[in-house]
Design a binder for this molecule. Structure first.
Ligand code: ADP
Ligand code: MG
Ligand code: ZN
Length: 481
């Protein structure tokens, strides 16, 4: 490592002229969408003048989100490598270890250095270590953390419009980040890195096999098929373990058998989180998602699907990116009702196929019940209660402001519950009916999902057409369920 530390900062810098350390997009397999999103940043860093001359506002901060080992650090380095600019990196956890009062001054140093070397990228790894919501969380060193975080925000806010420095940060816990970090002009661009699907896994294995002599029987496709839930880092270790096994047994090439044995080794390895789906879980998840997708395609007012995947999203469990309805567009009652039915698609399908329920649909139920409640209490979409808004934007009662907690009578409260139950029940029945009538389509989607793990829109529409369903044209909105 020719990385150097400088000044007061513990940060490391990678010189753009150091070819041995250069990483480019070619080194990052899969991650197609993430690379596409970041290519704009590469363009800017390569030729900032073009953008500045025309007065374009370039994002200052990009947040990379994804499970450990999905290639966040690698991708940030690749952006610097593609653009040929200096790369300054520091980890949030290093700030935490520092003496009190040092964090803020190191941040200042870091930004100063980067500006001197601009165009440049500053990469703050594990930003959640300093960027947790202020005033809560584990005690100890909180003040230091806050000052460090404040300094990062001050530096970012203080960027001149012509500053050619882009701040990238990575986290696997976007849910705990201080909202101040996510405001416009700060980390307002977010790029998600998902765990790789089968195809991506094969490509990652290929990237890490270039320097390894393989026996003829090696079949990376088979290895990719057997490693659902593996991250890029896991696949890298797998290849490495395989080579170690071969060397230990004094062979000069790595055989398929070495790689197969390494799968288990990596799975049981110390750092592995247990996110590997068992075969049964995979089947349940495939049917669950197929249920959503089927309803989204068949119910007339639901938003169509862009992509289906049974690879868990690269975010912490329980994190849902739901665009606020108000910002999205005007939504109608019919759309809401179909949306609720789509949300229940996973629940209905699990019950129907396996005669049992998992905790999987829990979030779906929460989201759809909340929506049904909003229909009744905010949007006047219940015939029984009529055109009244019983709750304000934040779920606070509108009446009796500041006087009583409870603003409507027991009777109204019971009516709301009854209406919500009725809406949910009707959506459930509609979902059940539609899925039952289209069981063959459901099977086809689930089977393909189990095989490929991710289905892109084109392939999905082919299944629909093969089952006599005309794909919808309205494709501008991604449906996230
Ligand atoms: P993260 O920062 O998300 O935890 P890293 O970028 O540190 O993950 O990835 C660790 C290693 O795993 C990388 O150095 C690389 O060897 C491998 N890796 C991860 N993702 C990929 C990928 N998409 N393509 C190739 N290698 C990858
Ligand atoms: Mg990392
Ligand atoms: Zn679901």
């Amino acid at each position: 490592m020719q990385a150097l530390t400088f000044g007061q900062s513990k940060a490391r810098m990678i010189d753009p002229n150091d070819q041995s350390q250069r990483v480019t997009f070619k080194d990052v397999a899969g991650a197609k969408e993430a690379k596409e999103e970041l290519s704009e940043i590469v363009d800017f860093l390569r030729n900032p003048k073009k953008f500045l001359d025309i007065g374009a506002r370039i994002p200052k901060g990009i947040l990379l989100m994804g499970a450990p080992g999905t290639g966040k650090t690698l991708l940030a380095r690749a952006v610097a490598g593609e653009a040929g600019v200096a790369f300054f990196s520091i980890s949030g956890s290093e700030f935490v270890e520092m003496f009190v009062g040092v964090g803020a001054s190191r941040v200042r140093d870091l930004f100063l250095m980067a500006k001197k070397n601009s165009p440049a990228i500053i990469f703050v790894d594990e930003i959640d270590a300093v960027g947790r919501i202020r005033g809560v969380g584990a005690g100890g060193g909180n003040d230091e953390r806050e000052q460090t975080l404040n300094q990062i925000l001050v530096e970012m806010d203080g960027f001149e419009p012509n500053e050619k420095v882009i701040v990238m940060a990575a986290t696997n816990r976007p849910d705990v980040l201080d909202p101040a970090l996510l405001r416009p002009g700060r980390f307002d661009r977010r790029v998600t890195l998902d765990l790789p699907d089968r195809q991506d896994r094969e490509e990652i294995l290929k990237v890490h096999s270039t320097k390894k002599p393989f026996a003829e029987d090696v079949n990376l496709k088979v290895i990719a098929e057997r490693t659902p839930g593996f991250s890029g880092a896991d696949l890298y270790s797998l290849m490495n373990e395989g080579a170690i096994l071969a060397a230990r047994e004094n062979r000069t090439t790595v055989a398929q058998y070495d790689l197969i044995r390494s799968i288990e080794k990596v799975m049981l390895g110390p750092e592995r989180k247990s996110h590997v789906l068992s075969k049964k879980e995979k089947e349940i998840t495939a049917y669950h998602e197929a249920g959503h997708a089927l309803l989204a395609s068949l119910l007339p007012y639901a938003d169509p699907v862009h992509k289906i995947s049974i690879i868990s999203r690269g975010r912490a469990a329980g994190y849902v990116l739901h665009l606020p309805i108000e910002d999205r567009k005007l939504q109608s009652k019919k759309e809401f009702l179909d949306d609720i039915a789509v949300s229940l698609g996973g629940y209905v399908t699990e019950k129907m196929m396996f005669g049992d329920l998992t905790t999987g649909p829990s979030n779906d139920l929460q989201v759809s019940t909340a929506l049904a409640r909003d229909m009744v209490t905010k949007y006047g979409m219940s015939d029984m209660l009529g055109p009244v808004a019983l709750e304000g934007q934040e779920g606070k009662a509108l009446f009796g402001r500041g006087v009583e907690e409870k603003s409507f009578s027991e009777k109204v409260s019971a009516d709301i519950d009854a209406e919500v139950s009725r809406i949910m029940k009707e959506a459930h029945d509609k979902a059940e009916r539609t899925i039952t009538e289209n069981k063959k389509l459901l099977d086809a989607i689930a089977v393909l999902l189990m095989e490929k793990e991710t289905i892109e829109r084109a392939d999905f529409e082919n299944i629909l057409v093969a089952h006599g369903v005309v794909p919808k044209k309205k494709l501008d909105i991604e449906h996230q369920v």
